[in-house]
Write a protein that binds this ligand. Sequence first.
Ligand SMILES: Cc1cc2nc3c(=O)[nH]c(=O)nc-3n(C[C@H](O)[C@H](O)[C@H](O)COP(=O)(O)OP(=O)(O)OC[C@H]3O[C@@H](n4cnc5c(N)ncnc54)[C@H](O)[C@@H]3O)c2cc1C
Length: 418
Amino acid sequence: MDRRRFLRVAAALAPWAAAGAAAQTKARVVVVGGGYGGATVARYLKLWAPATEVTLVERESAFVSCPLSNLVIGGHASLDDVTRGYGGLAKAGVRIIADSATAIDASRKAVRLARGPELAYDRLVVSPGIDFLFSAMPNYEAAARAGRVLHAWKAGAETVALRKQLEALRDGAVYVLSIPLAPYRCPPGPYERACQVASYFKKAKPRSKVLVLDANEDITSKAALFRKAWAELYPGLIEYRSNSMAVDVDGPSKTVKLELDDVKGDVLNVIPPHRASQLAADAGLITHNDRWCNVDWRTMESTAVPGVHVLGDATLSAPAMAKAGHMANQQAKVCAAAIIEMLAGRAPNPRPVFASTCYSFVSATEAIHVASVHQWNEQEKTVTIVPGSNGVSAARSEQEARYAWAWARNTWADMLGG
Ligand SMILES: Cc1cc2nc3c(=O)[nH]c(=O)nc-3n(C[C@H](O)[C@H](O)[C@H](O)COP(=O)(O)OP(=O)(O)OC[C@H]3O[C@@H](n4cnc5c(N)ncnc54)[C@H](O)[C@@H]3O)c2cc1C
């Protein structure tokens, strides 16, 4: 080929070469888990960097919110009220794959799926939530299979099953709620649940009892507000025992085994201790106590596996940071912004901020909240509470209940799109 012809061919090929390079540089982010953390990061990556190829892998066909699911147990909302589809995310340009991620191969930057083909990524985000440490209670799984114990700590079928068990109870029965040692997801969630079951008993089965067996020394969140609600709204209906850790259950006799005592009930709602999900464990993301995944809070990138970011309940929480949906949603935004900067070769925000408000319904119509703001602290090399930013409601109120529903609807729209 003479020099002139070579230059003509090269010029003709140039646009294709450029297009090829662009196709290769279009960043691919895969997100595993479409809950509070995963759905939010997927949506915000698309909002802030529309050219990014964002793929969300979620095994469930719809999002069911844990926040507000205690109202379903109290009979004050339906599962449909706390369920939303993934259509808004698809409309926003997120590719949604209804499948289970079974393994992460970080050296090849690939995610394996149960049914579909492997997914390659430039950055991976996992927000898979929790799994339960059933090994802490050897007979739990057999009792659960026989329908003798429920946790209802992942909203969905168990939430509805627990409600049905309560409806089937005779007046004068005992509902036992067992709370694991902190950290567990949603510190105030169990005490809210005690209120919800008591509100149902007060109306429908007033001789029945809510027995709370708490492995912790005291109520772990909004303690004074919960105690006041129990005393004023449900006198004689709720019995609270601290330092009462469940070590096993016996399904046939409907018994919760404590370290020194056995407690029988008619409905057993035992929440086992948890850890980051199995996927995180298998991928080598767990760094702490065989339970939680440490991250760099400025990027949410795993400290153990480069290129993989971890969000939400699976993380080793920073001091005074609760495992909460609102917190997962905030972590997701920090993560989306950091990924966009990193992919562009720029430095992420060095001092990100995380804010969280968590509402609890103490009856059908009244709620309370706890709120806090957290920020990266360069001296402590972690995230700490911004001084003066945290606090709880002055009193329970109907106004707070309206805010709680507004918080939920706004957050679902924020993470899932309209
Ligand atoms: C009863 C209750 C009440 C609560 N109330 C509040 C509240 O009022 N306010 C608040 O802020 N927080 C509340 N929480 C806590 C909140 O639900 C969690 O903190 C939040 O859901 C954590 O988000 P996440 O993204 O880490 O996990 P999740 O929201 O649990 O999402 C994990 C997702 O990953 C999917 N998944 C997991 N593994 C795989 C896999 N291998 N492949 C594909 N998909 C997978 C799951 O199906 C799930 O959809 C409550 C929790 C409970 C149980």
